[in-house]
Design a protein around this ligand. Structure first.
Ligand code: B12
Ligand code: SF4
Ligand code: SF4
Length: 333
């Protein structure tokens, strides 16, 4: 048994769904920005990347705080697994560093956020492929996984990337039409493949995914400071936004992990998609015929024909305060 086989057996035993390895040196050459192995932790030779899925039951619940809390449980498991995998390696004489799984620079437009960008490490190590909406998709649970990375100075034989993309791109297009903040491309040249056009407008997505996070707080405070009229301070102070903000500090609900639309509807995932769709809350999400495909002038466009009904407002709770302050809706750009 190689050290890789032993490590994989251990990781699966303690709860990793899937695991792979990627050479730090080979990956370094692929990274187009500063999110490199060498800028994350120096002198590391291998990156162990693994996934832990989110409970399908939690994704059938229509309460966002329930979903958020459950996503944090999955993320906590990632932290625990990272620590255990690193300790396992150190017990065998290696140096090992778990990479923080949710580290974000708040200025996400100007700097790369986080250190390593895990989805690319996961794709390189073959535990899945990156889809149209830049979620990493895995064969068993589609995008509904959190990812962990442990870097080590031990050379471990890399695992191979998957041979085929799991995401067919625009010919599915479900995440593009459902995205409440319109952050995912809804059209692409007909001749191109998903690797040519997969993309996410991350600032837009953050309005949904991090609705009570620092970004919405700062934008609301800025807008309030610049408001050209008197503000109902009582209503602003005792508002749903402020109460949710407190809850997000306390339990992380809503701070991030506040939007799962692109996770519910992604049909990839042998183990969880069908069971999830048995639930009454999910049954009506993009049933057959609700994504219209238009192919003309060399372009493939997808259009939402519903159901579900518009759920956008649920994911733009930062606007609640804007409404109380009677200021224009916060600009998206
Ligand atoms: C910042 C961040 C966000 C941002 C930006 C998302 C993004 N896709 O980049 C926002 C707030 C929008 C966000 C939203 C969500 N996130 Co988030 N997020 C992160 C975080 C902390 C960093 C990601 C990052 O570095 N992005 C880089 C962006 C900001 O830079 P960029 O300039 O746009 O892109 C450059 C890099 O990608 C660079 N690059 C860097 N290395 C490499 C290597 C290769 C080979 C290539 C080609 C390119 C490349 O090339 C790009 C062009 O310059 C990661 C954790 C991590 N460390 O990976 C979790 C992470 C991506 N998030 C996660 C999750 C779950 C979510 C949400 C579902 C929210 C939720 N409900 O929990 C949504 C999903 C959005 C989506 N469709 O992807 C999971 C993803 C799991 C999965 N299955 O893919 C992660 C991995 C956390 C985790 N540990 O599991 N997130
Ligand atoms: S997390 Fe929500 S806002 Fe972000 S890409 Fe997915 S559906 Fe869109
Ligand atoms: S919903 Fe469809 S287009 Fe979007 S990532 Fe999943 S398979 Fe790809």
């Amino acid at each position: 048994m190689t050290i890789r086989d032993e490590l994989f057996a251990y990781a699966e035993d303690i709860g990793a769904d899937t695991i792979g390895v990627c050479s730090a040196e080979a990956f370094e050459a692929l990274v187009p920005n500063r999110q490199k192995p060498s800028t994350t932790v120096q002198n590391m030779k291998s990156m162990i990347v693994f996934a832990r899925h989110m409970l399908a039951g939690a994704l059938t619940h229509d309460s966002q705080p329930y979903q958020g809390m459950n996503s944090h449980l999955a993320a906590f498991e990632i932290d625990e697994l990272s620590h255990k995998i690193a300790r396992w390696l150190e017990d065998r004489g290696a140096l090992a560093v778990p990479v923080p799984n949710e580290a974000v620079f708040t200025d996400i437009d100007k700097k790369p956020a986080g250190s390593l960008d895990f989805k690319w490490v996961a794709e390189a190590a073959g535990i899945g492929t990156v889809g149209l909406d830049l979620n990493l998709l895995t064969p068993d649970h589609g995008p509904r996984v959190y990812l962990g990375v442990v870097m080590t100075d031990r050379k471990i034989e890399p695992t191979a990337p998957l041979e085929r993309d799991l995401c067919p791109g625009m010919s599915c297009g479900r995440c593009a039409v459902i995205c409440p903040t319109q952050a995912v491309p809804t059209e692409a040249p007909l001749a191109d493949g998903v690797r040519d056009y997969r993309y996410l407008q991350k600032k837009r997505c953050s309005f949904g995914a991090s609705r009570i996070g620092a970004r919405s707080l700062i934008m609301n405070l800025r807008a309030a400071a610049a408001a050209p009229h008197d503000i109902d301070t009582d209503a602003a102070i005792d508002s749903l936004y402020v109460r949710d903000f407190w809850q997000s500090l306390n339990s992380k609900a809503g701070a991030f992990a506040a939007c799962f639309e692109c996770w519910y509807i992604c049909p990839i995932g042998k183990k969880d998609f069908k069971p999830m769709y048995r639930a009454p809350t999910r049954k009506n999400d993009l049933p057959k015929g609700s994504v219209e495909h238009i192919k003309e002038d060399g372009v493939h466009r997808v259009i939402h024909r519903g159901p579900p009904e518009e759920r956008r407002h649920e994911y733009e709770r930062d606007r609640e305060l804007a409404n109380i302050l009677n200021i224009d809706a916060i600009p998206r750009q």
